[in-house]
Design a protein around this ligand. Sequence first.
Ligand SMILES: [Zn+2]
Length: 339
Amino acid sequence: MSNTILKTLQETKDLFLPAIPQIPQGRYVHFILMRETESFPLFQTDGTLNIIRVQAGLTHGETISRLVMFKRKQTSPERLRGRELLRYFGLITDSGERACEYNSANFCKQCPDCILYGYAIGNEGAEKSKVYADSAFSITSYEESHKALSFNALYEHGTMTQAGTTRSSFGEQDHVVPQVFFPAVIALRDPTYESFLYVLGNILHTSRYGAQDSRTGAVYNHLVATVFANGEIFSNLRFTQAIYDHLRDEQQEGKESNSWQTPLSRDKVLGGAATAFNILMQTEPVFVARAVEGKEVEHLRQEVTGFYQKEAESNKFLSNLYEATSSYAGKYGARRTGK
Ligand SMILES: [Zn+2]
């Protein structure tokens, strides 16, 4: 497949900067996502699911409890996926000159992960993240979106009974259920073509979120739209509330009598997200240089996926990106002033 949408974007004047700037230039690319659970993830702190009580919609004023997917629960797995690829191509290593150790004093301060997602090392210096994320909220209420699953503490031979006595101990843990939707916007400040491909690639590649010891955290990221603008746009909560309003209104108008059966219909949620996105963008005080939506955004996803399926191309592009971030580090980074 020829890279038509990628090529078009790359050739559009002023969407991408030629190099990563140190000082903010007022360019943002936003990835408008719908994160859909496909298993039983645990978005939790200290053993309980994270929830918060907020207004249901922008026009529907009642309050509901929503599940929360905190910022780091979203960006950490995406970063780690990117770092895995950098390691695959030998751009970062576990030891030696290219060593970069995540969340430690041994961040390399020059690879794409360090420069784009940022780091902080005591008083040795820090790099601000150029990837902006925030907590995401479930469209449906906590009550509709979780299930307490009990697990039996079995004896080694696989039953609850040993020597005639039956064990009564079992644990119970709240899990998020499949097909719960978390609308989310991830923004990249001052994108170059390569940093855009890197951050979008990480989002599209990441399929597990939540507690790290859990193997049940499957989540699929739908790409609803991509928008280039000269400022930041609406919050995740506002986006979630606008989608909620749309789905509730559809139901009340009787057009879609079952639009609020949980799990919500994926098509209706994605359609509602596209509509809410357009409505909210009309109220944003920013200049939109380019919005990629509908069929075009599907093509964008396919092209980026196809791009990463080619090993040589991915290697070349990641190597170019590494050169760009390490030259940034040489000019402005903590590598220069620190140590
Ligand atoms: Zn690094």
